[in-house]
Write a new protein. Sequence first.
Length: 567
Amino acid sequence: MKSGRVLLEMLKKYEVEVVFGLPGETTLPLYEEWKTFEGIEHVMVRDERNSVFMADGYAKISGKPGVCEGPSVGAPHMLPGVIEAYSSCVPLIVFTTDIPLNYEKRNMLTGANQTAIFEPFVKESLVVSKGTDIPYMIRRAFRLATTGRPGPVHLRLPMDMLKEDVSVCDLYAQPGFSTYPGRRSQADSSDIDKAIRILAASKRGVVICGQGVLHSRAWNEVARLAERFELAVGTTINGKGSIAETHPLSIGTVGARGATSFSNALVAHADCYFFIGSSTDSAGTDGWKVPALDTDKPVIQLDASENELGNNYPAAVLLLGDAQSTLKALLERAGEEKREKGFAREIAEKKKAYLATLDEGYEDSSFPIHPMRLVAELEKVVPENALYAVDPGISAVYPGSFMKANRPGRTFVCNFAQGSLGYATSAALGVAKAAPGQCVVNITGDGSFGFCAGEFETIARTGANIKIILINNKSFGWIRVTNSLKYNNEAFATDFSDVDYLKTVEGMGIPAFRVTSSEELSETLARAFAAEGPVFVEIPSEPEDLCIPPVPGWAEKARERGQKNYF
């Protein structure tokens, strides 16, 4: 059996159904085996970076490691996606083919030290120099990717090795590591008891859920925890969906991205904090102001990674373990007794008062379209079971703040560990492959378009049911408004010339619409979502300095300028 076929057989044993990748000369020995191998779909992409973003989106929805591959010449292009996955703890198996290793110092075309490129940003970078080592290396890769702090693992595959005829006697998988978490750990019982005492004594406690809750699939335990101790539950934007945002104890997104004045104020005035699966990063805490780094209120932190425990906040209790497993133990030890504290009533009253301030934005009939109006119209037409993939900036912040996750679980995919533009269109295709038949809503911007335009052809070729909403404000709007607010400068190095996005997208085979008046918005969106397969809709909008997004600190600037802000 050829080594390339051994590799495919091992992937199939790990229940891999799709691999995102791009051909190159070093990849051809693997593709030669793939031509006659059934059961694993290969999705050809247009840029290696986007193959990683697709695998990232796939992993987040499927609960399985995403798998991607690239040729030697494209290996460095994959790094942005790998860094995002590493920072946000997303399990990926990243294959790169390579020149024969004995030519590495001979200046053979496309050769580079791939190990040095990837090693700082993966859990491990493995060089597979013998075909008989492939089964062992694949088992190691899946085991590492799915356990502890999940993350990407890199495998470097020399092209001559892939051609080898080999006989292997260990062609088996370790099935528990085909999904994540591959193994669940549990915090020490004495630490759990300390946490219970703090939660029981609190009157205005707040839980802050990060992406680790979604990785662990601990949303049912989070809801039970909140109800047992009457705790408010906020999420980071990456953790959106850790509780249904229709739940009475949900306060929505907190921090600097997707937060509201309502949610951040409740965090600021809490009497204890329970971080679950959160890296306590700058985006989820508004630069470590919500809550304040010097808070005198007790902090509990639960995380599967020892790297994050107590990393930023001085915690009274550190719980090292899987979120679902540890919360189950906590709830069992706490018992069923519930005590009314009046906090739920306070949350409901403040939420009602805040929501009443949003009506003006939802009903805004101005043109270009205000993003608040877009959110309101989308919620009328998007199917109830739809999944979202959103790009950084205005494309994520308004949905993060104002589109409510009506069910628990991962339905909202974004990339705020690094926040590079162009992520979501590729991730949307990964999401579509993980959830065949479901509608995927890709909200993106004209800034992101330039990073991923080639993948619209990939979407058209696959026929994926992705509705692409492009917000066109003719600029890198987030940088433009940050420049304006911080330095009071005119726009510099941010504005685009007019681009006919419809011609570009239609030329790649996707039906496209442009909204040209406020009155057209509702009908155009309805037509797009009624159609089968991929559809593109361009929504004109003001640059962010003329339509300041709901971000902490920016609301006051907006008021000073006489601009409406819904933070």
